[in-house]
Design a protein around this ligand. Structure first.
Ligand code: ADP
Ligand code: MG
Ligand code: MG
Length: 249
């Protein structure tokens, strides 16, 4: 589904990704771990098409399409969706309106009609229930005054409504207490599907007790230095990243 080959990315003149390769197949959940500043957020931002990143070498293909040739909107419409590490507050825009506008934009791009209001409400209420969110969240401005945990739930709610093909979640577990983390993990698990892949960027192994990844990659200094299964995350928890950096060196 996603193939990243020998990716080199420069930000503000310094090289952050230094030859990163990664393949994600349909149906898989991959965890990307690594020390602060390794380039994890940079990778997901480049895939999603955020501004400010210069690809100097390498390629990214998604379902055979050259991602680097696609505009940010085209990537979203193709089903590449990045959740925000720090979800933005949008005063004056109701949560329900944002969900509806995003879903209908996606449908329009596929040549589909708007989802009729009753069906839309049914869909949203089902997903709200999964995220254990109250219907009042729909009428509030996007993320305004939401607690950290509520913002993360809202982010997963967006994913559940938009049903991306590749969902990229950056530090979805940061700042969550254990109960909120379980709700978020349940939401992510309910996104799992044969025709969908999930890329989870996370610092801590704890989240991976609830969302068991098919593959775990360790990103150090702009390159993936080790790939394994869920066991690798446990090793990292026990030994830290230093052990890996040394063994690689
Ligand atoms: P991670 O998510 O693994 O913690 P990031 O991808 O956020 O790491 O950052 C990797 C490196 O790139 C860091 O050294 C960071 O300071 C630098 N970086 C990221 N974005 C920018 C930017 N917009 N301007 C300058 N440096 C940046
Ligand atoms: Mg990063
Ligand atoms: Mg980051």
């Amino acid at each position: 589904m996603l193939e990243v080959k020998d990716l080199h990315v420069t930000v503000e003149g310094s090289e952050i990704l230094k030859g990163l390769s990664l393949t994600i197949n349909e149906g898989e959940v991959h965890a990307l771990m690594g020390p602060n500043g390794a380039g994890k957020s940079t990778l997901s931002a480049v895939i999603a098409g955020k501004d400010g990143y210069e690809v100097t070498q390498g390629s990214i293909t998604f379902k055979g399409q050259d991602v680097l040739e696609m505009e940010i909107e085209e990537r979203a419409q193709a089903g590449l969706l990045l959740g925000f590490q720090y979800p933005v507050e949008i005063p004056g825009v109701k949560n329900i309106y944002l969900l509806k506008a995003a879903l209908n934009a996606q449908r329009a791009a596929r040549g589909e009609d708007e989802l009729p209001a009753p069906e839309f409400m049914k869909l949203v209420k089902e997903k709200l229930g999964l995220m254990k969110m109250d219907a009042s969240f729909l009428q509030r401005a996007v993320n305004e005054g939401f607690s950290g945990g509520e913002k993360k739930r809202n982010e997963i709610l967006q994913m559940l409504v938009l049903q991306p093909k590749l969902a990229m979640l950056d530090e979805i577990d940061s700042g969550l207490d254990i109960d909120a983390m379980k709700v978020v993990a349940d939401g992510v698990n309910s996104l799992r599907a044969e025709d969908r892949a999930i890329l989870l960027v996370t610092h801590y192994q704890r989240l991976l007790d609830y969302i068991v990844p098919d593959k775990v990659h360790v990103l150090v200094d702009g390159r993936i230095v080790k790939t394994g299964d869920a066991e690798l995350a446990k090793e990292l928890e026990a030994n830290g990243y230093e052990g890996i950096e040394e063994s690689v060196a």
